[in-house]
Design a protein around this ligand. Sequence first.
Ligand code: KG4
Ligand code: ZN
Length: 332
Amino acid sequence: MNILGIETSCDETAAAIVADGKVILSSVVSSQVAVHHPYGGVVPELASRKHMEAIVPVVHEALSAAGLDQKQIDAIAVTRGPGLIGSLLVGFSFAKTYAFALEIPWVGINHLEAHIHSVFLEPDPPPFPHVALLVSGGHTGIYHVTSHTCIEMLGQTRDDAAGEAFDKVAKILGLGYPGGSVIDRLAAEGDPAKIEFPRTYLDKSEYDFSFSGLKTAVNRYVTRHRNDCSEQLADIAAGFQEAVVEVLTFKVIQAAVRLGCSHIALVGGVAANSRLREKLRLDAAGQGVAVHIPSVHLCGDNAAMVAATGYYYLKDGTGADSGDVDVFSRAR
Ligand code: KG4
Ligand code: ZN
């Protein structure tokens, strides 16, 4: 089954074609980073307009890169939410209209479930049940994944998402937007033990997170060291990153051990972080837990993960949506 995936929840216009939920025939991502960069964050109104310009060319490119005619598409999977409503509506309206014109089924997909499915596009996916740590710009949570369509949330952030913390700290340090990958690179040159930032575990036995205090601590440190801050940038980045990585790693491994799961999946934009990938693998191995992480191009927003999720809802013919289904902005 060839599924066309469409993703427009935030600032990436993406289309992909995936065969049988596994084989990526094409995956096109048109990023709006350059548009939002001057504003230090995503401007919703601009994002919607850019999706409008990009959606048709991006879908055409996905079809031609896969070497397929549109008649060879069997179904469409499109992100319904959570995300920016104006952005979601562009991909969603396009997908519904296109499916109607091609007379094929379509299904609306939860963006968080799509991230969790990114790991199934890799050759060595985790078996069920497993524990997933989803870390992105909009969400941070730990999930118990018992099947493709049965996913239970164990805990989530009470304030900033991990990626949001990276972006805000990058802004405080004057590193621009988006900040995750810049901090990742800078931290590699710093000493993570030089500046000790707070680790917020909340209740250590539970799975909720909080990153806003850490962001405030970095802000306070920078204000206090205004005069020599530029010489300490790499150490600040490394100290901040280590504080985030330690808490994430501790909580997800604890969840896996307690639930008797010997496999963890690390997904979402922040899963591209090199220190998080390294430490989670290392610490989990110490507990006999295997870690599955998608390639970097599948960590950030893309449409292949949307198409892969759609496959599991559509394959028995019962998961298709009808015309009255709508988009949604907040996580469900
Ligand atoms: O999953 P994603 O592409 O979009 C959302 O669904 O939010 O995640 C984007 C987030 C941004 O906050 C970005 O700064 C962060 O992922 N990110 C990283 C890295 N690459 C991207 N954070 C830390 N280290 C990275 N290497
Ligand atoms: Zn995302």
